[in-house]
Ligand binder design. Structure first.
Ligand code: DGL
Length: 269
């Protein structure tokens, strides 16, 4: 199925992530902008980004953006918290005219909705150590107790398509349980892979009244707003095209991507 339109004004919106996680953001964007065309590049071959040197993540992010622009993308969504922290500012400096929307851990809405309880932020070690995150956390430090929870190794479950099971329970027991206090009120899913683990995480939390929050909807809304302001939003009454590309060739990753995206219609690969 060919992508409709060509060049910057009529081309698709480009999405990028270190792998399949950014599909959680794409899913929201499709819900919000059903007429829009999208091309998603998942860099599963080079995943994970969350434990790589920041300079390398930055270089990989530039490669992904260049690929998407080569495919005629009219705007870019960095659907990866790690790559946003590492490269968004540099990408915006390199492409000042281009709409570049990034994602960051949803600390702001978590704090605004909080009632004084602890807020845990699950994210990659890279996201949590970068200035962008430390500044964000600093802005709200006097309003809530915000506790970073480094989750090296968690995105790999999603890349494998393992969204439940005993191994995942063991992971949460080892990496999350130590941070769960009586007064924990919210868990921010600060990596775009984690929303796919939400169901299992709820089971692990055994009915505890803890809000799980992520930035996918807010990011999709910001993308829509930016496209509309520039007159680039497609609003005709026709369904847009969605193309999924991955740096790992083959059927297996394609099948996992489609299962995660879970659209009621077919997409191109
Ligand atoms: N999905 C990415 C994020 O939002 C990171 C996963 C990884 O490559 O470590 O941070």
């Amino acid at each position: 199925m060919p992508l409709s339109g060509s060049g910057r004004s009529g081309g698709p919106v480009g999405f990028m992530d270190s792998g399949l996680g950014g599909l959680s953001v794409l899913r929201e964007a499709i819900r919000l902008m059903p007429s829009e065309d999208f091309i998603y590049f998942g860099d599963s071959l080079n995943a994970p980004y969350g434990t790589k040197p920041v300079e390398e993540v930055c270089r990989l992010a530039f490669d992904s953006v260049e690929y998407l622009l080569g495919r005629g993308a009219k705007a870019i969504t960095i659907a990866c918290n790690t790559a946003t922290a590492a490269a968004a500012a540099k990408l915006r400096a390199a492409y000042p005219e281009l709409i570049i929307v990034g994602i960051e851990p949803a600390i702001k809405p978590a704090v605004l909705d909080s009632h004084g309880g602890r807020i845990l932020v699950m994210a990659t070690p890279n996201t949590l150590k970068q200035d962008k995150f430390l500044e964000l956390m600093g802005q709200y430090a006097d309003q809530a107790e915000i506790v970073p929870v480094p989750c090296a190794g968690l995105m790999e479950f999603v890349e494998r398509g393992d969204l439940e099971g005993a191994d995942l329970d063991d992971y949460f027991t080892d990496h999350l349980q130590p941070f769960l206090s009586e007064d924990t009120e919210t868990i921010v899913l600060g990596c775009t892979h984690y929303p796919f683990l939400k169901q299992h995480l709820r089971r692990f939390l055994k009915g505890r009244d803890i809000t799980l929050i992520d930035g996918s909807r807010g990011t999709a809304m910001e993308l829509k707003r930016r496209l509309r302001v520039r007159g680039l939003l497609k609003e005709e009454d026709v369904k847009g095209h969605v193309e999924i590309v991955n740096s790992i060739p083959g059927e297996e990753i394609r099948a996992t991507a489609l299962r995660l995206l879970n659209l009621p219609y077919s997409v191109t690969q």
